[in-house]
Design a protein around this ligand. Structure first.
Ligand SMILES: [Cu+2]
Length: 133
């Protein structure tokens, strides 16, 4: 094997290494790109007050289209203490909206954790912090 052959082999090995590196970056970057669907929360009453509350979780795909056949479960609790379990499946309302009911048993910061299983089986978790003034 002469020097020229060895240099060519080294060049090929380095090129393949660079290609794998680039591909690795592309693959690890793609989940972030594909998880840009929109999950948003609104409350009734707004602002919240002590007592019963309705949470409306709105699910849109990455094109901004409402997603009706998702499964949405929720977990409601205070951010600073455990106020007891309030969780379940949100009820589909159509137009990408899912409703959940809860009771705000104390003033202060609460968290609504939504787990959305999209029709393609992918799961997205989103936490919302809401305040009961
Ligand atoms: Cu509390």
């Amino acid at each position: 094997m002469n020097t020229k052959t060895i240099l060519v082999i080294i060049a090929i090995v380095v090129s393949i290494g660079i290609l794998f590196e680039l591909q690795g970056r592309f693959v690890t970057g793609s989940p972030n790109i594909s998880s840009t669907s929109g999950i948003s929360l609104s409350t009734n009453p707004d602002p919240l007050q002590p007592g019963p509350a309705t949470f409306l979780i709105e699910v849109k795909d990455k094109n901004g289209k409402p997603v009706d056949d998702a499964k949405v479960s929720y977990d409601l609790n205070m951010t600073t203490m455990n106020m007891g379990p309030q969780q379940g499946d949100a009820t589909p309302q159509g137009n990408g909206r899912y409703s959940a009911v809860g009771r705000m048993t104390m003033r202060g910061p609460w968290r609504v954790s939504a787990k959305v299983t999209m029709p393609d089986g992918s799961v997205e978790n989103r936490d919302f912090t809401v305040d009961v003034p």
